[in-house]
Structure formats: structure tokens, C-alpha cells
Design a protein around this ligand. Structure first.
Ligand SMILES: Nc1nc2c(c(=O)[nH]1)N[C@@H](CN(C=O)c1ccc(C(=O)N[C@@H](CCC(=O)O)C(=O)O)cc1)CN2
Length: 253
């Protein structure tokens, strides 16, 4: 893992990932780089990790400081070690249905739905938020499972006219309390991916949990919902990466 700077939330997420790796028996190492690190130093580090056969997963914690060329950094990670699934190769693979690594948060949402026995095929899904990390891959993964998917921007004019039709509503907008009860169909499944830190330190999602839980058949809380699944799916991707590496070695020998 590569952590640049001192963003407190990123430090918490990386610490959680380190602990999860320990619990799963995955050896992890965190490279902590100064806020003002130059692009070249970061690129050199990734190049070294790409060439290290004992490393099966490389993760650059986001967001990065503004002076860092994030696209270039992510494209430098070897696609076969890109356990976040952010490299363009892996994005293209996801788009075309040849998935190598699914991005961890939407992968976690899919696993939650599967675990609860909630069918996706034929369902009307609305995804609020179109980020590269969550909204876009989420839509692709649900389309690949034969759902009808609409993506809305958080600033959509009359957002409710879209959300009210959703059998499954996934909200990843980063706007606390964006989704209220009247915007949700009775019996809908509501997945809250938002993680917002309020001034008093409280962590809340994008959904008014108290109100919406009275209408929804299922709803994920924040904290304690999708967030921990993100970390879990990172472990899954890392183990798959290692398994692929050793399988390729066996084939070659
Ligand atoms: N390289 C990446 N950067 C980022 C990703 C990512 O998948 N890869 N996603 C987010 C942050 N993130 C993982 O990195 C993440 C966010 C939240 C949680 C989580 O478990 N949240 C807890 C609350 C924890 C707290 O803030 O105290 C919860 O929801 O219960 C895990 C991972 C952006 N960057």
C-alpha cells in the first residue's frame, strides 16, 4: 500500500486494510510518502513493486495531493497487480465483460446483494453518483448481471423522479441526507455508499437512515455497511492475484 500525505481518513482506511490483511494472513507493507513527494519518486516506487515477484497487489490510497498526476500513477501499476481495479486495462476489461479485478466498493455491494439473496436480474437499478471508483463500475457490474441501470448525477434536476422508480437504489454521492423517504419506492433495496464526516465528528451516509428504513425492504447502515466490504473485497482481489501468479508459475515450469 502506498499512502501519500497525512489525510486522516485515508490513514484510517489504510490502517483498517493493514489489520484486515494481518487477520487474513496476507503480508502487507505500507509505504508512507511525504505530502510533497514528486511524481517521479512515486512512479519509481511503483515500478520497483511491479518487478518484485513477492508482491501480488499494489494499492495507491486515494485521494492523492493535487500536484500528483493520478492518472499516470494508476496507469503505472501493473494491471496484474492492480487489486483496486483502477488501471485503464482493468476498466476496459470490466466494460467488455472480461473482468480481471472488480473495484472493491462495487464488488462489495454485489456480494452484499448476493449474500442477502436479492435478485438483480431484471430489476430497475438507480445509481446516484458517477465516480470512477464507485458509480460507473457499479453500473457496469449490475448491467453485467442483467439489471436495467440508470446513473444519476447527485445534482440531477428532480432526482426523486428517478430514485422513486428504483427496485435497488445505490447512493454514492457524498452528500449527507441526500436521499429522503419520499424519494424511495416502498420495499426498495437501498445501499448507502456515502461516507460523510460531519463537523461534530459523526460519520453519516447519503441516506436519511431513520426515514428511509421505514420504506425500504433492506437498507445498509453507515458506518458498518458497505465500507467494511470494500476492505474485504480488497483481500479477495489480492488472494486471487496471488493464486493467478502461482498458477502461471506452475504452467511455466
Ligand atoms: N485506493 C483506493 N482509495 C480509495 C478507495 C479504494 O477502494 N481504493 N475507496 C475509498 C476509501 N476506502 C478505501 O480505501 C474506504 C472507505 C471507508 C471504509 C470503511 O470501512 N468505513 C467505515 C467507517 C470508518 C471510519 O471512517 O471511521 C464504515 O463505513 O463503516 C473502508 C474503506 C476512497 N479511497
Amino acid at each position: 500500500m502506498i499512502l501519500v500525505g497525512h489525510d486522516p481518513a485515508s490513514a484510517v482506511y489504510v490502517r483498517n486494510k493493514v489489520r484486515a490483511c494481518e487477520a487474513a494472513g496476507i503480508h502487507s507493507f505500507t509505504h508512507r510518502l511525504h505530502e510533497k513527494v514528486e511524481n517521479e519518486e512515486l512512479l519509481n516506487l511503483i515500478t520497483r513493486l511491479n518487478a518484485d515477484p513477492s508482491v501480488h497487489g499494489i494499492l495507491v490510497q486515494l485521494p492523492l495531493p493535487a500536484h500528483i498526476d493520478m492518472a499516470r500513477i494508476l496507469e503505472t501499476i501493473a494491471p496484474s497487480k492492480d487489486v483496486d481495479g483502477f488501471h485503464l486495462y482493468n476498466v476496459g476489461a470490466l466494460v467488455t465483460g472480461n473482468t480481471v479485478f472488480s473495484p472493491c466498493t462495487p464488488y462489495g455491494v454485489v456480494k452484499l446483494l448476493e449474500h442477502e439473496g436479492i435478485p438483480v436480474e431484471g430489476q430497475n437499478v438507480v445509481v446516484v453518483g458517477a465516480s470512477n471508483i464507485v458509480g460507473k463500475p457499479m453500473a457496469l457490474m449490475l448491467m453485467a448481471r442483467d439489471a436495467t441501470v440508470a446513473i444519476c448525477h447527485a445534482k440531477a434536476r428532480d432526482l426523486a423522479q428517478f430514485t422513486i422508480g428504483a427496485d435497488i437504489l445505490v447512493v454514492a454521492a457524498g452528500v449527507p441526507g441526500l436521499i429522503t423517504a419520499p424519494m424511495v419506492k416502498k420495499g426498495a433495496v437501498v445501499i448507502d455508499v456515502g461516507i460523510n464526516r460531519l463537523e461534530d465528528g459523526k460519520i453519516v451516509g447519503d441516506v436519511d437512515f431513520a426515514g428511509v428504513s421505514r420504506r425500504a425492504s433492506h437498507i445498509t447502515p453507515v458506518p458498518g455497511g458497505v465500507g467494511p466490504m470494500t476492505v474485504t473485497m480488497l483481500l479477495v482481489n489480492t488472494i486471487e492475484s496471488a493464486e493467478r501468479f502461482y498458477a502461471a508459475q506452475r504452467t511455466a515450469s
